[in-house]
Write a protein that binds this ligand. Structure first.
Ligand code: NAD
Length: 370
């Protein structure tokens, strides 16, 4: 089969959907066509793909393949290069009904990898986890870079420097990695989440959990989330959380927010009054900025100073770790490919498979998910 790896063209996108490592694993049985320069932003020269067994070609060559591997959904012009019946695999945004409709009408079989279910068998294909892990790490790096003081406690001949106090809001994959990274840098960490099992994970990393007690059975039930994801909490719980967070944020030097609710606007966790109460020179990194932000003062793609607080609204931090982000993403994609390529190396889309069913958003002209 012909498998194409086009270059990503979305502004700021540095990743690539296949690396020489994954190309090498496929090249014996399939024809791999990499668009010239596709790996450049992730420091992968064309020569490395050729050495792994791929050929290098134009965008039309890569998009003309039977299976196209992407990071982001192709734009209209790129989609027009694809053949009806071709398979498209990438982070296609399963909540973007319009784009899915367009892919369906183009006759593509499109797989949105963000929709991989949270089951053990799918862990190696979980692109949200592999990229969130990187974003959590990089958020701490960006915060440390913006912060005008040390992270660790230091005792020097010129006096003692206090350790930075870091507050992490939302402890999923990104939040846990942010805790671990800030811990390695010597910070003192507190964290908050709605899901009760998180408390133990936070404490096992040496951070303190900010407990917002549940006062009703309804609150307790909603906090369990669904399929590993959080659900929007009742307004009363959110108010109590905001009060506690306000007090903790006043003491914090760095706040990293990661709270997301799939398919919805991100919850507001750091209100303007809280930013106003924070110390001058403190830093907020809002990882939810693309979903509207956990802080209403964050601005997409910018670092702004509001009430003396530096607020970083950089989207897609994984793109700033392009080489490893691509390496992990490409392995996720390779594992996913094994689901749709059978033992005879033929394309087989088994809609009875739980992972295929969850990720297949367009097939045979039909929209399979809205
Ligand atoms: P996410 O990116 O969807 O959200 C980030 C975090 O924000 C979550 O922990 C969520 O509970 C939290 N959040 C939402 N609303 C909040 C609020 N109002 N206040 C505070 N926090 C709030 O989360 P994620 O990284 O996808 O991880 C969610 C869970 O799923 C984690 O426990 C993770 O380990 C688990 N997971 C399991 C698998 C698997 O089993 N295969 C794969 C990936 C993740």
């Amino acid at each position: 089969m012909r498998i194409g790896i086009p270059a990503e063209t979305r502004p700021g996108e540095t990743r690539v959907a296949a690396t020489p490592e994954t190309v090498k694993k496929l090249a014996g049985k399939h024809q791999l066509i990499v668009q010239a320069g596709a790996g450049m932003a992730a420091s992968i020269p064309d020569d490395a793909y050729v050495a792994a067994g791929a050929t290098v070609g134009s965008a039309a060559d890569a998009y003309g393949a039977e299976i196209v591997l992407k990071v982001r959904a192709p734009d209209q012009g790129e989609r027009a290069l694809m053949k009806p019946g071709a398979v498209l695999i990438g982070m296609l945004n399963p909540f973007d009904a319009q784009n899915i409709a367009v892919m369906a009408s183009a006759g593509l079989s499109a797989f949105a990898l963000e929709a991989v279910p949270r089951i053990t068998r799918a862990q190696s294909m979980d692109v949200l986890s592999s990229q969130a892990n990187i974003a959590g790490y990089k958020a701490v790096m960006v915060a440390a870079n913006t912060y005008q003081r040390f992270m660790p406690m230091l005792m020097t001949a010129a006096g003692t420097v206090k350790a930075a106090r870091v507050l992490i809001m939302g402890v999923g994959v990104a939040g846990l990695q942010a805790i671990a990274t800030a811990k390695r840098l010597g910070a003192v960490i507190e964290a908050s989440d709605v899901r009760p099992p998180v408390k133990e994970q936070v404490e096992s990393l040496g951070a303190k959990f900010i407990d917002v007690p549940f006062l009703t059975d309804e609150e307790k039930e909603i906090a369990q989330g669904v399929g590993g994801y959080a659900r929007p909490m009742p307004a009363d719980w959110m108010r109590r959380q905001a009060e506690l967070v306000h007090e903790r944020a006043k003491l914090a030097d760095i706040v990293i927010t990661t709270a997301l609710i799939p398919g919805r606007k991100a919850p507001v966790l750091i209100a303007e009054e809280t930013v106003q109460a924070m110390k001058p020179g403190s830093v907020i990194v809002d990882l939810a900025v693309e979903q509207g932000g956990n802080c209403p003062l964050s601005e997409l793609g910018k670092t702004v100073v509001k009430h003396g607080v530096h607020i970083v609204g950089e989207p897609n931090l994984a793109c700033h770790v392009a080489a490893d982000a691509s390496a992990l993403y490409a392995r996720n994609v390779l594992d996913f490919l094994k689901l749709i390529i059978d033992k005879e190396d033929k394309l087989t889309i088994d809609q009875g498979d739980e992972i295929i069913k969850a990720t297949l958003v367009a097939h045979g002209g039909d929209i399979l998910r809205k």
